[in-house]
Ligand binder design. Structure first.
Ligand SMILES: C[S@@+](CC[C@H](N)C(=O)[O-])C[C@H]1O[C@@H](n2cnc3c(N)ncnc32)[C@H](O)[C@@H]1O
Length: 260
């Protein structure tokens, strides 16, 4: 018995056991007791997680995959969450506990997965897995790079991000049209930003909405400080700013007009 791949769920099953093991080995499995795998499918990665000294949970939207997993991995049966990762409140399972996240992620929702991890960063010290190569590169890219954007800045503000390796299409069934890339995010020791964090998210998102414009133009709706340091930063375009400069920028803007 095997699961029929469904395109709308981004199902591309990994056939290569060595790569599955290599992905499972990217996490340190230390400093937390639980790991959550998103989208286990037929469990190619799950079986290596089950060999680790960690409590493995999986969340899978596809009932056919869930049936398969229940039959194949009896040890896992109580920790299969049949839900949409994006909609499910993970506090129901983890409460205030910390946990790592891993997966060969469905590409159609990969950015949303990262945003949800960022929202729950207090509980997620490590995150690793496979994305479409370009998305993995974007998350890890630095200022000045043409793919540097919202995902890069927000992720790197809280996590050390490393692009680990590239995976070619032919190791999947069915093969996707593009290469894949595996990355690792390790939460920074001090991940509390020295600025208003809600405002930081807003500033970064608004700055990149018009990436060709200077920040003075794209952040017009905010109450901008007027001093030398501010004027230097406001004269730049968002893709030129380091993560630390975005934090400094957030310290220099007031509440936006919409919130006054
Ligand atoms: C790229 S496949 C990977 C499957 C398996 N881990 C592997 O490596 O062969 C992505 C998996 O994510 C599941 N999935 C898609 N959308 C999901 C969602 N919103 N929540 C949870 N799982 C989802 C799919 O059903 C599929 O099993």
């Amino acid at each position: 018995m095997s699961v029929r791949a469904k395109k709308h769920l981004g199902q591309h099953f990994l056939k290569d056991e060595n790569i599955a093991k290599k992905i499972a080995d990217t996490l340190s499995f230390s400093g937390y007791e639980h790991v959550l795998e998103i989208g286990p499918g037929m469990g190619v990665l799950t079986k290596y997680l089950l060999q680790k000294d960690i409590i493995t949970h999986v969340i899978e939207i596809d009932s056919e995959s869930v049936e398969y997993l229940k039959n194949e991995y009896l040890k896992l049966a109580d920790r299969i969450i049949e839900q949409d990762f994006l909609k499910y409140d993970l506090k129901q399972v983890f409460k205030e506990e910390t946990f790592a996240i891993i997966g060969n992620f469905p590409y159609n929702i990969s950015s949303q997965i990262v945003f949800k991890v960022l929202e729950m960063r207090n509980q997620i010290p490590e995150f690793s897995g496979m994305f479409q190569k370009e998305v993995a590169q974007r998350i890890c890219s630095k200022e000045g790079n043409k793919v540097y954007g919202i995902l890069s800045v927000l992720t790197q503000a809280f996590y050390e991000s490393s692009y680990l390796f590239t995976v070619p299409p032919q190791v999947f069934n069915p093969p996707p049209k593009v290469d894949s890339g595996v990355l690792l995010l390790k939460r920074k020791e001090n991940f509390i930003l020295p600025c208003d964090e809600t405002l930081f998210f807003k500033v970064v998102k608004q700055a990149f909405q018009q990436r060709r414009k200077t920040l003075r133009n794209s952040l017009k709706t905010f109450n901008l400080s007027d001093n030398l340091k501010a004027n230097v930063i406001f004269g730049k375009r968002p893709e030129q700013l380091t993560v630390d400069e975005f934090i400094a920028l957030t310290q220099l803007v007031g509440v936006d007009d919409l919130n006054r």
